[in-house]
Design a protein around this ligand. Structure first.
Ligand SMILES: [Zn+2]
Length: 245
């Protein structure tokens, strides 16, 4: 998910309501380094990122996901230009109140991810429910890190929300272990229409999971995945439909 600097996205994953009250770790607030019940900040050894989370497990998974995301982008010569900031929160909500898995706040330059324990309830009944929890958690971090690094490297404002989400979803799905990825893609059962899929904001809002699967298939099938990413950064991706609003 991408949070525009000035315009709030109306889109978010269609998720079950979370029951816990929001409790967001605030950057700059002193934290207990050794406790497991309070947010602690850690600098990742795997890449230029720091992570705030309440558990060492979340910090370890997030740093591992940062490494995976940077490897996927590094194949195309795309690297972070600034330190990346990741924050794992107990309850993450869209500005309109809907629970969400993650977002990249371009204005604050910060990735925010729902905490590990909340993931199963957030994806219940969706195609993500079949993905093992730790793999899904990492893939959500990958998704938002892709947003952050693409934003740091963008030369032009993206044409649409679809243009923002295409690389994040495509590389999120690619980051999954092969067997997990295949199970997810099989659950979508739509590979036959790969040549006719339209990447636009309406399709994205109706079925972000199908959009994710097709973004992966499209990027892989093109034989020019890096070219697609650089085209998106230049705001010149012809395969993304013009916004309808
Ligand atoms: Zn996104």
């Amino acid at each position: 998910m991408y949070k525009y600097p000035c315009k709030m996205s109306l889109l978010s994953l269609l998720l079950a309501a979370a029951s816990t009250a929001p409790s967001v770790a605030q950057p700059g607030v002193p934290v207990a380094k050794a406790a497991t019940d309070f947010p602690a900040q850690e600098r990742c050894a795997e890449g230029p990122a720091d992570v705030i989370a309440a558990s060492a497990k979340e910090r370890r998974l997030a740093c591992s996901a940062v490494r995976d995301a940077l490897q996927l982008l590094g194949r195309c010569g795309l690297f972070p230009r600034k330190l990346l900031h990741v924050e794992i929160t107990r309850a993450l909500r869209h500005a309109l109140g809907r629970p969400i898995l993650g977002l990249f706040d371009a204005k604050q330059q910060r990735v925010r991810i729902a905490n590990y324990e909340s993931i199963p309830s957030l994806v219940r009944g969706t195609p993500y429910a079949g993905i093992p929890q730790h793999e899904l958690f990492k893939s959500i971090v990958v998704h938002e890190i892709i947003h952050a690094v693409m934003h740091q490297n963008s030369k032009e404002a993206a044409l649409s929300l679809s243009a923002h989400e295409y690389p994040a979803y495509a590389l999120q799905i690619e980051s999954l272990p092969s067997s997990v990825r295949q199970n997810f893609l099989l659950s979508m059962r739509d590979e036959a229409s790969i040549d006719n899929f339209s990447f636009n904001d309406i399709v994205l809002s109706i079925d972000p999971f199908l959009f994710a699967a097709h973004a992966y298939w499209h990027l892989r099938a093109s034989g020019n995945g890096c070219g697609h990413l650089t085209a998106l950064l230049a705001g010149e991706a012809a395969f993304i439909s013009t916004p309808l609003y």
